[in-house]
Unconditional design. Structure first.
Length: 224
């Protein structure tokens, strides 16, 4: 039997290795493991990594994705491989027997299934989406029913929140700049570019908001 996943995209391996080296150098530790789907704090975009220092002391760090420039670049599809933006498998029509992934949007489309609203699913712990794509997959799923809690859903309602079931990740407009920064200065170069663009965006938003508020005041005064 074959199984595939609802995939956002695959980042460049060299970029990830550079990111790991950046953390190790900054914290003066050695990273033993890295988990991009940490659910110890509930379902969401959390990650953790386990480190050892010179004294062999083991410590685990857990953070939200907004604490990691690398994670933010990944979620914005800025550092995926070239093939990810033209992936032929980002569609409801799958070629495996079973497809698995996160069931994003279930709290909006099927709130009645939440354990806090009379259902039997604990949304805070994370809910998986399973697509049955073949007779072999259907047979396996039927045999597994005694081990799991499942509910039939309308895939069209869920695919709205899982765009990889409809189309590949979109090419980030600044991807070439980030990759060029990486080639020149590694992860640190990408990090510097991220903050540079972020500050420009924040300043722009502030100025537009300030101008908008002042225009509103002038219009009100003119009307009076």
């Amino acid at each position: 039997m074959t199984i595939d996943i609802i995939c956002h995209g695959t980042p460049n391996t060299k970029i990830f290795q550079s990111y790991i080296s950046y953390i190790e150098k900054k914290k003066k530790v050695e990273i033993q493991s890295f988990n991009f789907r940490d659910k110890s704090k509930g379902w969401g975009y959390y990650y953790n990594y386990t480190t050892t220092n010179k004294k062999q002391k083991i410590k685990t760090f857990s953070h939200h994705y907004n604490r990691s420039i690398y994670y933010q670049l990944f979620l914005s599809s800025a550092i995926c491989r070239d093939s990810c933006y033209e992936c032929p498998y980002a569609t409801i029509q799958r070629i495996s027997d079973i497809t698995i992934g996160d069931c994003w949007g279930i709290e909006k489309e099927y709130p009645e299934l939440d354990i806090n609203k009379g259902g039997d699913l604990n949304f805070s712990k994370g809910i998986s989406c399973v697509l049955i794509n073949s007779p072999k997959g259907k047979k396996f799923w039927s045999e597994a029913q005694g081990e799991i809690i499942s509910h039939p859903i309308n895939i069209n309602r869920i695919s709205k929140y899982n765009h990889q079931l409809s189309y590949p990740s979109h090419l980030h407009p600044l991807r070439s700049l980030y990759l060029d920064s990486f080639r020149k200065k590694g992860y640190q170069g990408m990090r510097n570019l991220f903050y540079k663009k972020r500050w420009k965006s924040l300043i722009k938003e502030f100025l537009l908001g300030w101008i908008s508020q002042n225009m509103k005041r002038k219009i009100k005064l003119f009307i009076k």
